[in-house]
Design a protein around this ligand. Structure first.
Ligand code: HEC
Length: 153
């Protein structure tokens, strides 16, 4: 009888554990889980060129970096890649959000900082290979040689 109980308990326990593991392995969906908070905290300054009210010359994305499109995220800034698939610790898109808020390089310089949960999701998405799952985002001012995924680079 005792053994039966133990077996049942073990089964319940292992059920819980595999549920936890499954949850941790679940693939991050870029469009659903990541893009909404990038849009909220980052896209205003990092998007396709646009004409601000009362101006004639277009306002360019800061550092040439666009987060409104897969090709923009793949390309990175004028100078640097900002995502290294599989390597969150080398991806400035995440690292800049993890600095002290008063650090010169902290992102975003204005507006809502990413929450700890959002940083964790971003980290996981990069770790899992930074897959956009077919999401493309804005096609505005798309260069001819732009790529939508890291795999085809
Ligand atoms: C208020 C405008 C603004 C917002 C909002 C903003 N940025 Fe920036 N970002 C800048 C400016 C200006 C620069 C260029 C100066 C610098 O590198 O700090 C920059 C540069 C960067 C760079 C460095 C690019 C390079 O060349 O290496 C990264 C990475 C970055 N931003 C990520 C983010 C992320 C992630 C968010 C949202 C959490 C964000 N930014 C929100 C203005 C902004």
């Amino acid at each position: 009888m005792k053994t039966v109980v133990r077996t049942t308990q073990l089964l319940v326990l292992s059920g819980c554990l595999s549920a936890l593991v499954a949850q941790d392995d679940a693939k991050v969906n870029f469009e659903k889980d990541v893009y909404p908070f990038l849009k909220n905290s980052c896209v205003d300054c990092h998007k396709a060129p646009y004409i601000k009210e009362g101006r004639t010359r277009p306002t360019k994305p800061k550092a040439g970096l666009r987060f409104d499109s897969a090709f923009g995220l793949v390309k990175g800034s004028n100078d640097n890649a900002v995502i290294v698939p599989g390597k969150p610790e080398e991806s400035s898109i995440l690292q800049r959000t993890m600095l002290d808020e008063d650090h010169d390089n902290f992102m975003p310089p204005k507006g809502d900082a990413l929450t700890d949960d959002q940083k964790k999701v971003l980290e996981k998405w990069i770790k899992q290979g930074a897959d956009f799952g077919g999401w493309k985002g804005s096609e505005e001012a798309r260069p001819d040689d732009a790529k939508d995924t890291f795999e085809t680079q």
